[in-house]
Design a protein around this ligand. Structure first.
Ligand code: UDP
Length: 413
């Protein structure tokens, strides 16, 4: 067993690694290309940076390509993102032309890789038009939707539907998001890497140093939300929940840790709104961290008494998984992928309003024993369902289905 596989065996169990090796053996040399629109920032990049090298370690020829565009392209794809998650926004014909042209331009440079791949996995809408730009493709193409597609704004979905319908399969994170499509749809929720800088165990001294660096008082309670500054993450709702909870929890501290995703043009505006709402409150830290500040985020999550993720739409919410893995109850918005992970009184609480979030903050902070027990359950829940190794097993099984047909028996081992 390679060093990497042995390290994961220690966390995820020998049996999972054996299963992975068995599934991967018949797929040795398979050319798999993942395509998304940013190498840093946001959950998709966070997943691919681990998934792709692991697939390569298992013997597949896996690569990761990133499409590039200008501001107008990202403005259009952000509009897609917002509209597909329910905002009533419709792109103009000129915006759609930019979207299609950018995909065509990227297809030129990616053509050899895309044409020769056995499996192409296209992440989210940004590169979804690529498929039409590579008519000579020979592999199977899969659309992997990471966003909450439960109530898309219809005009935008009507535009995207014919693009997506041409794929051989789609992957969604949960059943609520699945749309009517003329091909097989699979459910594969995301995962976290337990051995990454973001999730690895840290020494208490390192956590204490990060607390000190940001002027956080270890003697007072701390709640944290880690998220891009995006309206769907509801940072203003978090500030309101903190204010309400603080009326009953004197000295409560709040960290809002964010940063930019290269493909998210709206962040600066949302950040300004949050700064205005926070004003000069000395107990709130708005942290703009570089994209590679994984250990810092790890330490902040561990330094917190509980984690917030008060999204109003959420494809999955890796920040929730990260918090749970660190043994922290999560108070999360009652939406999308958060509902897969947060279970009332078990791993945290689902909330619909800032007022609800404030009540749950008060409850958890005043019941340390309950908080601790929920934290233990939270970690065990992630161990069982949301580690990278489970994600890989499901991807490999999907590749078998795509290439060999669902009727065929897959020999593992
Ligand atoms: N993240 C980060 N720095 C930040 C904000 C977020 O590294 O300033 C990470 C976060 O830890 C998580 C990912 O980016 O791993 C966000 O994934 P999630 O699914 O929560 O949300 P998305 O941004 O994809 O909507």
């Amino acid at each position: 067993m390679s060093g990497l596989l042995a390290r994961y065996a220690a966390v995820a169990g020998e049996d999972v690694i054996e299963q992975l090796r068995g599934l991967a053996r018949p797929l040795a040399g398979l050319r798999v290309v993942h395509v998304n629109s940013t190498r840093v920032g946001g959950g998709v990049a966070e997943i691919l940076v681990k998934l792709v090298p692991f697939l390569a370690e298992l013997g597949l020829r896996a690569t990761w390509e990133v499409i590039e565009g200008d501001e107008r392209f990202y403005a259009c794809t952000k509009l897609f993102h917002n509209a597909l998650q329910g905002f009533p926004l419709t792109p103009t014909a000129a915006q759609l032309a930019v979207y299609e042209r950018t995909n065509r331009d990227n297809a030129e440079s990616l053509r050899p890789a895309l044409r020769d791949a056995d499996v192409v996995v296209i992440h989210d809408p940004q590169p979804a038009y690529l498929r039409e730009c590579v008519p000579e493709r020979r592999g199977r193409w899969v659309w992997r939707c990471h966003i909450d597609l439960s109530h898309p704004h219809r005009p935008v979905w009507r535009y995207l539907l014919p693009r997506v319908a041409g794929f051989d399969a789609s992957i969604f994170s949960l059943p609520d998001f699945v749309q009517r499509l003329p091909h097989p749809c699979y459910l594969i929720p995301p995962s976290i890497d337990p051995l990454s800088a973001k999730n690895i165990e840290l020494e208490p001294a390192e956590i204490a140093a990060v607390r000190e660096r940001f002027g956080l008082d270890p003697a007072r309670y701390l709640v944290t939300q880690v998220s891009r500054f995006d309206r769907f993450k509801d940072p203003l709702g978090v500030v309101r929940a903190y204010r309400l909870a603080k009326l009953h929890v004197p000295g409560l501290q709040l960290v809002l840790a964010g940063g930019e995703a290269a493909d998210d043009p709206e962040g600066a505006e949302v950040l300004r709104e949050v700064q205005t709402a926070v004003g000069d409150d000395p107990d709130v830290r708005i942290l703009l961290l570089p994209a590679d500040a994984h250990r810092t985020i790890n330490a902040l999550q561990r330094a917190s008494d509980l984690i917030l993720q008060k999204s109003t739409r959420e494809g999955f919410g890796l920040t929730v998984t990260e918090g749970l893995w660190k043994g922290k109850p999560v108070i999360g918005g009652n939406v999308g992928g958060i509902r897969l992970q947060v279970h009332d009184h078990q791993t945290g609480f689902l909330v619909d309003t800032p007022e609800g979030a404030a009540l749950r903050i008060r409850y958890l902070l005043s019941h340390p024993r309950i908080r601790e027990r929920m934290g233990e359950r939270a970690r065990a829940f992630v161990q069982e369902h949301y580690l990278l190794t489970r994600h890989l097993v499901e991807y490999l099984a999907l590749f078998h289905c795509l290439l060999k047909g669902r009727a065929q028996r897959i020999e593992v081992g």
